[in-house]
Design a protein around this ligand. Sequence first.
Ligand SMILES: Nc1ncnc2c1ncn2[C@@H]1O[C@H](COP(=O)(O)OP(=O)(O)OP(=O)(O)O)[C@@H](O)[C@H]1O
Length: 247
Amino acid sequence: MIKFEKKYNKLFLNNIRKAITDYEMIQPNDKIAVGLSGGKDSIFLLFCLKLIQQTSIKNFEFIGIHIDLGFSMDIESLKSYCTKNNIPLIIEKTNIADVIFNDRKEKNPCSLCSKLRRGALARVSKNYNVNKIALGHNADDVIETLFMNVLKVGKLGTFHPNSYNSEKDMHIIRPMIYIRENLIESFVNKFNLPVITSTCPKDKKTVREDMKKLLFQLEKIYPDASEKILSSLSNFDLNNLWKKYDI
Ligand SMILES: Nc1ncnc2c1ncn2[C@@H]1O[C@H](COP(=O)(O)OP(=O)(O)OP(=O)(O)O)[C@@H](O)[C@H]1O
């Protein structure tokens, strides 16, 4: 059973609470769906939300939703973990893998997969009267996405901690934006949370891995680089960003 201990506050929960407060992620009577991939980030998010519900913000509900992409992953451990902790888990079977790799033979499958997966997640969430979807993006994901946008697209920006999709009338929240990936890894091991090895052939072979290496190199020279990059995302001077004059 997921059980609160005071030391968790300092270790990770306070940072999650801070993200929730800074970006007004949870309101009374929200029904939140945690997108569960089977990976470490989303299961840690589920674990933290349960602790937050036990300690500080009590008047919200949450469920887990796993979109089965069709890679034949064994999710028994995830199912039994949710059952043990009284967390409803919805599993939605899809043929996303088949569409991407066999029908479309996509050369860059990750972005289409992510789009279809989010669509499925929003559709299933609607069926369960969910008004917010919580994703397991962490601080490293925030920075890697920023690097990818700047270095590959030539665009300054990353995903927002709390965004709203008006077409689907759905909020997307990311309560783990202040938590580093290595910390998540160590707690997932310590608490023995169920992690399912991805069977996706593209797993860990993406541009994101290059950005991870870049951040690693950067932190060797500037040890507090990630902290500074994260803080710069909410500490900017619009006057000194270039807005071209309309002609
Ligand atoms: N198959 C899925 N079903 C439901 N939610 C998903 C699924 N895949 C990803 N998500 C959600 O989208 C988030 C970002 O997905 P991404 O593939 O970037 O995961 P990640 O960074 O590897 O995180 P994780 O360790 O949770 O897999 C995940 O943390 C999770 O909340």
